[in-house]
Design a protein around this ligand. Structure first.
Ligand code: FE
Length: 318
């Protein structure tokens, strides 16, 4: 039996019990009691989150949410693709209320597969800038991340750098390290190139990068920086928080970040993406899921450690 059918049966049982206990009450009073009872039942339901964000990032956030609201959160972490497939397989029987994941590419894919319902939140609309939310209101960004160039301060002068595309020039032959294109971060970066310059130029850029690779593509951004530090290559492309994480461990890290595509003729600027969330179409608890989303996007998040900058504040891209 589906959970919502169970809840309907439970509410029907409550109706009978309350009717028996309060025979002297007016019909209106009975309805109020039933509503209160069902609301209490609903509040006691934990919000079920499927998250591709790592446990050490989301656990403290959910603990604080529960402390502030009394609403419990249960979660499962996995890779975004696996979670999306799981939601598709579970269909109407999914226990999950919310999908939290990195990258607009993942969120857009989940939306295109019909996994989300509209958020319908004035709090989200007032808190998160429109360009960081889905046009159909199916998902919202919750934090921002920038994907930029990292270079060796020992072997590269920042004035030698200019654009992402220029990393395909001959001066970087055998000096470039990149993360694998199997991961969504570089896919989204190249999607931006396609949107801004067309497929032909985007393909030329990627082919030129490949020709300049010093080593095989790495499995993650940290390994790109470690390869530069070890002298295997001189430049790479990474999300900035990975740099911050490495620099926190080693303040003397011989690496620095460079913000490419900044000239007035370069329309794009640095590639920025979001991590975000959407309420699942078959959520049994959409009101509470919306409340968690609103809380995550709001100023109440102040002081909670996160990997990237919050999206709150219209157009405040920090
Ligand atoms: Fe990441």
């Amino acid at each position: 039996m589906k959970t919502d059918q169970l809840k309907a049966s439970y509410r029907y049982l409550l109706l009978i019990i309350l009717a028996g206990l309060s025979a002297a009450c007016s019909e209106k009073q009975e309805v109020e009691k039933i509503n209160q009872a069902t609301n209490i039942d609903h509040l006691s339901d934990p919000i079920i989150v499927y998250s591709s964000r790592k446990q050490h990032l989301i656990e403290p956030v959910f603990v604080e949410f529960t402390q502030q609201t009394g609403i419990k959160v249960e979660y499962t972490t996995d890779k975004a693709g696996a979670l999306i497939q799981r939601i598709k397989t579970e269909g109407q029987n999914t226990p999950a209320d919310l999908l939290i994941t990195v990258d607009a590419g993942n969120l857009g894919y989940a939306a295109s597969e019909g996994l989300f319902q509209t958020i319908n939140s004035s709090v989200i609309n007032d808190t998160v800038a429109p360009h960081l939310r889905d046009e159909q209101d199916l998902w919202t960004g919750l934090s921002l991340r920038a994907r930029t160039i990292v270079y060796s301060t020992e072997r590269v002068k920042p004035e030698d750098l200019s654009t992402y595309q220029a990393l395909g020039e001959s001066q970087w032959q055998g000096r470039l390290c990149l993360r694998t294109s199997k991961k969504v971060y570089n896919q989204s970066l190249v999607a931006m190139f396609i949107a801004e310059q067309g497929e032909v130029k985007a393909e030329q850029t990627v082919a030129a990068w490949i020709a300049n690779l010093a080593i095989d593509p790495t499995s993650n951004d940290t390994k790109v920086m470690q390869a530069i530090e070890a002298g295997q290559c001189d430049v790479g492309i990474v999300n900035t928080y990975y740099f911050g994480r490495l620099e926190a461990k080693n303040p003397d890290l011989p690496l620095a970040l460079f913000w490419p595509n900044q000239s007035v003729t370069e329309k794009s600027g640095v590639h920025v993406n979001v991590s975000g969330a959407g309420i699942l179409k078959y959520s049994n608890n959409p009101d509470q899921a919306r409340r968690l989303l609103e809380w995550l996007a709001s100023e109440q998040r102040e002081g909670v450690e996160e990997a990237a900058a919050p999206c709150r504040g219209r157009g405040r891209g920090r």
